[in-house]
Design a protein around this ligand. Structure first.
Ligand code: NAI
Length: 388
């Protein structure tokens, strides 16, 4: 039991509440909540709907402090002297986001003696060592579904921009040039192509749904969990159970599965050999599912006509990351952007509200929405993080 302030206090620019001790007290349980978010800078000051930033703090500071909880927010996450590692030692709740991940390794979990629950503000909790969390009985929850439409739309956009050779065409216009044949020589229609998704969960299924009106030749999926019959019928998708066979049939492959032991490096040099020559690959799931160097080499050689996505094996991606600048032999085929597909303003409103709701349940000791739980009580609650 800890003492806490009676009233909400004004916003403090330091993002720390250590000064609580100087205020009048009443008895209640105070929880230390640590959040690692991305820095929004000027954009976040101008746009309060950028809720997932250090500046706007998921919109929960006042609410947390009115209940006397301590709330530490920072983007400083690397190394033993970071705000993340220093505050982790006694934090009870950790909020992280996949966009600027506070990597919670097994070693850090050992040091986080008081940690009870990790909340992912968004979807995808691979930045947390889930097996180590299980050993300690730490709950990991995410705001399932909060940004799945946002990502599915981005996937469809990325397929279109690769297949239609959009980026080089736009760059040509910015340069002041006009040579239609230079971009048309590598531009195609999505209609009549075979498009497949690795992972047909919330996002993968929504991608398939959105592709139906494009009159593809066929929609395929590879997932150890078959789609429910009605869902497969709705999108007329065919399941292919062998991954090499699957990729060898696709003109476009989209990766939509979580990162776990079974998917790390799944798309590697060996698998890329089985892709159709000149296929397109889109990955908005997690960077580490695709081998960085193998993908760069495949784009360079033309084995892949292009690669697009928003996720990187390390985030922020280093300046010299090959995915920033890789090009196919015709000078296009790169649709990479920073990790933002799942953090549209619409998505931020949803994952901020979902984070608050998980916290409310936690403080009240109420059960969490089952779909939000990744691991709990030493076990995986979801079937999406690998076959166990
Ligand atoms: P989900 O849990 O609804 O679906 C995941 C699907 O992947 C499940 O059907 C599961 O069976 C399948 N899967 C797991 N391992 C597989 C494997 N080895 N091979 C084939 N399929 C496999 O998850 P949801 O909501 O569709 O999200 C998927 C992932 O997308 C997240 O885990 C996250 O990594 C990523 N994501 C990226 C975002 C972004 O901003 N770029 C935002 C949201 C999610």
């Amino acid at each position: 039991m800890v003492l806490t302030a009676q009233t909400a206090r004004p916003h403090k620019p330091t993002f720390s509440t250590h000064h609580l001790t100087s205020l009048p007290y009443t008895l209640c349980i105070m929880v230390k909540v640590l959040a690692i978010l991305y820095r929004g800078g000027e954009a976040a000051t101008q746009e309060p709907r950028l809720l997932g930033t250090v500046e706007n703090q998921l919109g929960i500071r006042e609410w947390l402090e009115s209940q006397g909880h301590e709330f530490i927010v920072s983007d400083d996450k690397e190394g033993p002297d970071s705000v993340f590692q220093k505050n982790l030692v006694d934090a009870e709740v950790l909020i992280t986001t996949p966009f600027h991940p506070g990597y919670l390794t097994a070693d850090l979990i050992k040091k986080a003696k008081n940690l009870k629950i990790c909340i992912t503000a968004g979807v995808g909790s691979d930045h947390i060592d889930l097996n180590a969390a299980n050993e300690r009985g730490i709950t990991v929850a995410e705001v399932s579904g909060s940004n799945v439409v946002s990502v599915a739309e981005h996937v469809v956009m990325s397929i279109l921009l690769l297949v239609r050779n959009f980026v080089p065409a736009h760059e040509m216009i910015e340069r002041g040039d006009w040579q239609v044949s230079d971009v048309a020589r590598n531009a195609y229609d999505v209609e009549g192509k075979v498009v497949g998704t690795i992972g047909a969960g919330r996002i993968g299924f929504r991608v398939l749904q959105r592709l139906v009106p494009f009159n593809t030749k066929e929609l395929l999926y590879f997932d150890y969990a078959p789609l429910p019959e009605h869902a497969a019928k709705e999108v007329k998708a065919r399941r292919v159970e062998d991954l090499k066979e699957f990729v060898s049939q696709c003109d476009v492959v989209a990766v939509n599965c979580p990162l776990h032991e079974g998917t790390r490096g799944l798309v590697n040099a060996e698998l890329l050999k089985h892709f159709k020559k000149g296929a397109w690959l889109v990955n908005t799931a997690r960077g580490a599912i695709c081998d960085k160097d193998a993908v760069a080499a495949a784009v360079k050689s033309g084995q892949l006509n292009g690669y697009a996505g928003d996720v990187w094996n390390v985030q922020p991606a280093p300046k010299d990351h090959p995915w920033r600048t890789m090009k196919n032999p015709l000078g296009g085929g790169n649709g990479m952007v920073p990790h933002y597909s799942g953090t549209t303003l619409d998505a931020q409103a949803r994952y901020a509200a979902g984070t608050k709701s998980i916290l409310e349940n936690y403080f009240k000791s109420s059960p969490q929405e089952p779909q939000n739980i990744i691991v709990e009580g030493g076990k995986y609650a979801t079937k999406a993080y690998g076959q166990r």
